[in-house]
Structures are given as structure tokens and as C-alpha cells.
Design a binder for this molecule. Structure first.
Ligand SMILES: Cc1cc2nc3c(=O)[nH]c(=O)nc-3n(C[C@H](O)[C@H](O)[C@H](O)COP(=O)(O)O)c2cc1C
Length: 187
């Protein structure tokens, strides 16, 4: 009886793993239903959530595995507002900075991959997230205020927060170009 049960469990795990490779799974669901939230509640993002999101950023691939990024976590409301004026208490900003002088590398691109990982991780945890490029100039002219490490420059800011779950992904989403417009196949 015990052996029979174990066999059923093994079979179930094996098939669900195979199915997971070819059909919808939690990662594709997050990617296909996510959008960049603009409205946040003041429910605080927890330190555990931020730690996990940062771990996902650190796991991003980078050219030559240079990992040319630094992440500055901002929770202080006044400093957050210096970067993005409509932040609310409970939001957390992660400034993603890239190394300034390293020829032959692609820090901005690599920072983009790390930011993408963290954006997806935040959504996977049921949080809202939005990437901001516009505050980078202001941050780079006040690096001390934002504690950007020497030799690095801000590339983007990732805003993370809790969101009102009644906003559905369809009404919140921005449309995308048709696949026919942007994908071509050479058969
Ligand atoms: C590199 C980058 C920079 C962005 N900068 C800003 C910004 O400065 N301000 C802003 O409101 N949104 C910004 N966004 C968010 C985009 O406007 C948003 O992702 C896009 O319109 C698609 O919307 P969706 O993610 O909700 O589908 C940025 C996104 C990226 C990837």
C-alpha cells in the first residue's frame, strides 16, 4: 500500500514537472499578468520581502559575471520623496546603480536584468512595482544624500509597495504591440 502511494506521488511530481515546462506556470503567470503599478497603499513592505527581492536581483546574469551593480535601499520617506514625489509611507525604493568605469562591459544592461528580476520577484510576492528612469539625473547630482557608493551611478529606481488588490491587471495594464509587429521568424 505504502509503495503504491509513493509511486503515485512520484508519478504526479514527474508529470507536473514536465507539464510545468510546457504550459503556464507561476513565473509565466506573473510575467503575463503584471504591470507597473502607480497607486500604492500605505501597508509597509516587510524586510523579509525586500531581502528576498534583493536576492533575486543578485541572482541576475551579467556579462562576464561582473555583477556591476549596487543596490541602495531607501525606506526613509523624505529621501524617497526627493527621488519620486508621490511615494507613500510603506513604499521602499531600490536604487540600482552601475559601475562607472569598466571598459568592455555593459553595466546599464546588466543593471536592467537585475532590476527585471526584482520587478518580477516583487509581483510574484503579490506586491506592486514600477521602474523609474527619470530620477536618475537628480540622484546622480546628490549621490551623498542617496548614499550611492563611490564609483557607481544610479541607472534606475525600483519602487515597491503594497497595492489595492481590487485593481485588476487588465484595467491596469498598458497595451503592448502585436506580436506580428515585433517578431519575425526565419524558417
Ligand atoms: C527603464 C524604464 C524607465 C522607466 N521610467 C519611468 C519613469 O521615469 N516614470 C514612470 O512613471 N514610469 C517609468 N517607467 C515605467 C513604464 O512607463 C512602464 O513600464 C510602461 O509604460 C509599461 O507599462 P506597464 O509596465 O504598466 O505595462 C519606466 C520603465 C522602464 C523599463
Amino acid at each position: 500500500m505504502k509503495i503504491k502511494f509513493s509511486l503515485v506521488v512520484i508519478l504526479f511530481l514527474a508529470t507536473s514537472r514536465l507539464i510545468g515546462q510546457t504550459t503556464d506556470n507561476c513565473v509565466t503567470q506573473v510575467l503575463l499578468t503584471g504591470y507597473s503599478e502607480k497607486a500604492y497603499t500605505s501597508v509597509p513592505v516587510t524586510d523579509q520581502q525586500i531581502d528576498l527581492i534583493l536576492k533575486c536581483g543578485i541572482r541576475a546574469p551579467s556579462a562576464r559575471n561582473n555583477q556591476p551593480w549596487r543596490f541602495t535601499v531607501i525606506k526613509d520617506e523624505a529621501t524617497m520623496k526627493e527621488a519620486i514625489d508621490n511615494t507613500v509611507p510603506g513604499n521602499v525604493l531600490i536604487i540600482v546603480s552601475g559601475i562607472e568605469s569598466q571598459s568592455g562591459t555593459t553595466p546599464d544592461f546588466d543593471c536592467g536584468l537585475a532590476t527585471g528580476n526584482m520587478f518580477t520577484a516583487a509581483h510574484g510576492l503579490g506586491l506592486g512595482a514600477r521602474i523609474y528612469g527619470s530620477p536618475a539625473g537628480k540622484i546622480n547630482s546628490s549621490k551623498e544624500l542617496f548614499q550611492i557608493p563611490p564609483g557607481y551611478k544610479a541607472v534606475v529606481v525600483l519602487r515597491i509597495g503594497n497595492v489595492d488588490k481590487s485593481v485588476d491587471a487588465v484595467s491596469g495594464a498598458t497595451p503592448r504591440k502585436n506580436p506580428e509587429e515585433i517578431i519575425n521568424y526565419k524558417n
